[in-house]
Ligand binder design. Structure first.
Ligand code: TRP
Ligand code: SF4
Length: 519
């Protein structure tokens, strides 16, 4: 048996509690105040705060406005494509291990929203992963797969505009997985996922399959692509971003002379170039060794980065400093490299494994390198982006878990059962009504408030805020609050299940194998 992939992930996130839905997570309806709780994700993993780019997103979804979507990687390029009416894509995947529940609804909604914004949108059933990493039988997988797809469509996903697939049925995907697998090795999977000599090969294959899922929307044409997921999936996103880059034919960097610079070194050399008037004998031809001398004067030469930069400049001696963009040959075929050389306009210098261009901007160079790559059989992947949502707290406190029915509301629960579960939920209320009136409730720690903010209030920000304000202001008591939430939940489930029935038909029309031939 393989280890449970979730427990592996938690070991990889030292702050697993916070990342994976710790019940300490404070929930503020408008986001920013609670971001500190996720600090480690930002500081240690380099996830960026979503709030910082909220203004760049046209007509943001309520999950974005309320800080439920709290983090991202590189989402800026997706927002930009959206604003400029350029192609972009969205993709997420679902492991069919149980019933779809209100936590999954967050991701369904994120996909549907991106589709409505004009994105080329994909929803996939991670059946290979469910089979290999969780040991589910194909019978169980078929049953759950259908339920996920029905709910996704019932909530508004347009299967004619978008794409739905099962990993196991998608040959193109598996070919792509094979190609991407050539850029990853075992040590890397060991480091990222804690795989060991005991890990079975199918489990590893499900990882490269997910890498292929993430790149799949770009098979026909490279484009910004967002992967909406929970932060537990971030290791996958990072690996996919790495593999996508390793597939590229050319790397584009900025340089000032014949030698290579790290990003940190480049900052010092750029400063030296900027200040050339102050030290160069011929300011239109500042020499590397002059720049080295200047740096030694004005920077702390005991700093290893500064020292390394000075060394490189010294070694280049009389070579002039001159800004340029550099195309590095990574995986290009000979023809592709020659075609690139040919395509670089203006002054250029051609070397064995790179070309320097003196007239192109960085952006022009990126674009050109991608064009040539795609023309010569490469993928030209744009690094995939991601957005991360907070995990919902379980109705009974603690984590919301598929395996604890009382902790979540399944999208298949009888509406009355949904009603009962909300009525039985833990709250952030005080011991007595008097205390609650005096001190106010703790909406930030209340699973019922989360239901309002994440789902029941829908697009109505004012309603969500009203519940919050009334709660913390002591005007709202838990009995009535839960009654209202329970009724709304019952109504939501009723409507959703009606729409699921209508979605049956749409699903039949899809050319998708809903019964696995593997049984
Ligand atoms: N691994 C994901 C999960 O645990 C499912 C998944 C498979 C996925 N492929 C994906 C998610 C691609 C996002 C993108 O649920
Ligand atoms: Fe939660 Fe509502 Fe009680 Fe406030 S009043 S603590 S939101 S159940």
């Amino acid at each position: 048996m393989t280890r449970d992939i979730d427990s592996e992930r938690e070991e990889k996130l030292p702050d697993g509690g916070t990342a994976a839905g710790d019940d300490q997570v404070a929930l503020d309806p408008w986001g920013s105040a609670t971001v500190a709780d996720y600090r480690k994700l930002f500081e240690e993993f380099g996830i960026e705060e979503f709030d910082e780019l909220l203004e760049e997103v046209p007509d943001p979804h309520y999950l974005m406005r309320r800080g439920v979507i709290f983090g991202h990687r590189d989402y800026r390029r997706v927002a930009e494509a959206m604003r400029n009416d350029e192609p972009f894509a969205a993709l997420s995947g679902f492991m069919p291990t149980g019933d779809p529940h209100i936590g999954h609804k967050l991701v369904f909604d994120e996909l549907i929203w991106h589709q409505q914004q004009g994105g080329d949108t994909y929803g996939l059933i991670a059946d290979l992963e469910a089979h290999s990493a969780r040991g589910l039988s194909w019978d169980e997988i078929d049953e759950h797969a259908r339920d996920y797809l029905l709910s996704l469509v019932a909530l508004g996903f347009d299967p004619e505009e978008g794409t739905l697939y099962r990993q196991s049925e998608n040959r193109e995907l598996q070919d792509l997985a094979f190609e991407l697998g050539s850029k990853a090795n075992f040590s890397e999977l060991e480091n990222i996922y804690g795989f060991s000599g005991e890990t079975d090969v199918s489990h590893m294959q499900s990882v490269v399959t997910q890498m292929a899922d993430i790149c799949y929307p770009q098979l026909e044409e490279p484009k910004p692509t967002v992967i909406p997921v929970g932060p537990d999936q971030d290791p996958h996103v990072r690996l996919a971003r790495d593999l996508a880059a390793r597939m590229r034919y050319f790397g584009v960097t900025e340089a000032y002379a014949s030698f290579e610079l790290t990003d940190a070194e480049r900052i010092h050399v750029a400063a030296a170039y900027q200040n050339r008037e102050s030290y160069a004998e011929e300011p239109e031809r500042p020499r590397c060794e002059e720049a080295a001398e200047w740096l030694a004067d004005v920077r702390d030469a005991t700093d290893p980065v500064v020292a390394g930069t000075i060394d490189k400049l010294d070694n280049a001696g009389m070579e002039p400093l001159r800004p340029r963009v550099r195309f590095l040959d990574r995986n290009a075929t000979d023809e592709a490299f020659e075609a690139l050389v040919e395509a670089v306009d203006g002054e250029k210098r051609v070397f064995e494994e790179h070309v320097d261009s003196f007239d192109l901007s960085r952006e022009e160079a990126e674009e050109l390198s991608r064009e040539v790559e795609v023309d010569h059989g490469g993928y030209g992947f744009v690094p995939p982006s991601s957005i991360y949502h907070r995990f919902m707290t379980g109705l009974t406190g603690g984590k919301m878990s598929s395996s604890v029915p009382a902790s979540h509301i399944s999208l298949l629960d009888d509406p009355e059962e949904g009603y009962d579960k909300v009525k039985a939920a833990t709250t952030g209320g005080r011991e007595t009504a008097e205390k609650q009136r005096e001190l106010g409730g703790r909406a930030d720690e209340c699973p019922v408030y989360e239901l309002y903010a994440y789902l029941l209030a829908g697009d109505d920000d004012e309603f969500a805020k009203e519940v919050y304000d009334e709660c913390v202001g002591g005007e709202r008591l838990c009995g009535g609050c839960k009654e209202q939430a329970a009724e709304l939940m019952e109504q939501f489930l009723e409507e959703h299940q009606e729409k699921r029935e209508e979605a049956e038909e749409l699903l039949e029309d899809l050319d998708m194998e809903l019964d696995s031939p593997r049984k």
